[in-house]
Design a protein around this ligand. Structure first.
Ligand code: NDP
Length: 303
């Protein structure tokens, strides 16, 4: 079938596809179409179950049109409400937050959850689910504007600005009972501040390390590997990395039902930042890695 891409998702994992450093997925070859999640409309179809005008969730890449044999494509019908949300809270980033928190975080009512990248699509989902599950939720975000959004619109208990002076002590003050779950999205200096505050038996879903995606070498400084390993040992903590569809793809139907309900009921809020035109996608993507995105960055294709 021929798909006309209407919306293109911009996601941090794309940085890894632009490098031939070892990763869990092969890089995009020079001259090949850059990969990316898309929401598209079917223009013509010989594939059973897909007809003209259907909206679909696909992996159509950074281009106006894509050919598909239907593999991995989800039909959303002819008039889905907010189709682009399937690239965010109702799609891959939403599943990432929901599955990482519930499956690895193992949350229990009353515990303290700290979420990095709190205003982004994954972090915002994690923290809001944390509130639904009765946790004390502390977000970490860059700047006063994002922090105000995290508390006022998303309902986190507190948000700490990792760009402000005194960040480690502000974080410490925000978690008087220590941290039971740390949802890692960024790594770097944020993790340094979190590490001493983790409680015995803490769970750490290692979802992403965006602060390191442009790094070409390890940072200078003392080797802190044994500090980390010693903490894991003494505090009997669990750190577990995951790749969303490989590890939790089978949970997608349960996620879609549950998250659909929360979004419909207004229990989970969602912020989207729409970029106009494919030609703006490269700059918008570079900005995402610099912390310029405020909410989920999606490109509206103008065809
Ligand atoms: P985000 O929108 O949260 O990512 C961009 C944000 O990252 C920026 O706005 C900025 O937030 C923060 N950031 C960037 N650089 C730094 C830095 N040096 N230090 C601290 N924060 C920084 O993206 P997503 O919600 O889509 O993804 C969040 C994380 O989850 C990413 O690491 C991503 O790779 C990962 N991920 C992993 C998946 C998996 O299967 N394991 C699947 C999907 C996502 P601020 O301005 O607040 O600092």
């Amino acid at each position: 079938m021929l798909l006309r891409n209407e919306y293109l998702s911009l996601d941090p994992y794309m940085r890894g596809r632009m490098s031939d450093a070892p990763s869990y997925a092969a890089p995009v070859e020079i001259g090949a179409v850059m990969v990316g999640g898309t929401i598209a409309q079917v223009v013509s179809s010989d594939v059973a179950g897909f007809g003209l005008g259907d909206w679909v969730q696909a992996f159509g890449g950074w281009q106006d049109y894509a050919l598909s044999d239907g593999a991995g494509v989800i039909n959303m019908g002819t008039s889905p409400e907010n189709p682009s949300w399937a690239l965010g809270v109702l799609g891959m980033p939403g599943l990432t937050g929901w599955a990482g928190l519930t499956q690895i975080g193992q949350p229990k009512k009353g515990e303290t959850l700290v979420v990095a990248g709190a205003s982004g699509p994954v972090g915002a989902t994690v923290g809001q689910i944390g509130k639904i599950l009765g946790l004390h939720v502390v977000g970490i975000a860059g700047g006063a504007r994002k922090c105000a959004h995290v508390v006022e619109a998303l309902g986190f208990d507190v948000c700490v600005d990792h760009k402000a002076a005194g960040f480690p002590s502000a974080l410490k003050a925000a978690v008087p009972e220590g941290i039971d779950i740390y949802f890692e999205n960024v790594g770097g200096a944020v993790f340094d501040a979190v590490l001493p505050l983790l409680n015995p038996k803490a769970r750490i879903p290692v979802c992403g390390l965006i602060s390191q995606y442009n790094a070409t070498a390890l940072p200078d400084g003392p080797d802190r590997m044994n500090l980390l390993l010693g903490m894991i040992l003494r505090k009997r903590m669990t750190m577990r990395g995951f790749i969303v569809f490989d590890d939790f793809g089978h949970l997608y139907p349960e996620f879609a039902r549950q998250m659909g309900e929360w979004v419909r009921d207004g229990k989970v809020q969602y912020r989207e930042e729409m970029i106009d035109g494919l030609e703006r996608a490269p700059a918008a993507f570079a900005g995402l890695l610099r912390g310029e995105a405020f909410g989920k960055r999606v490109v509206k294709l103008a065809v």
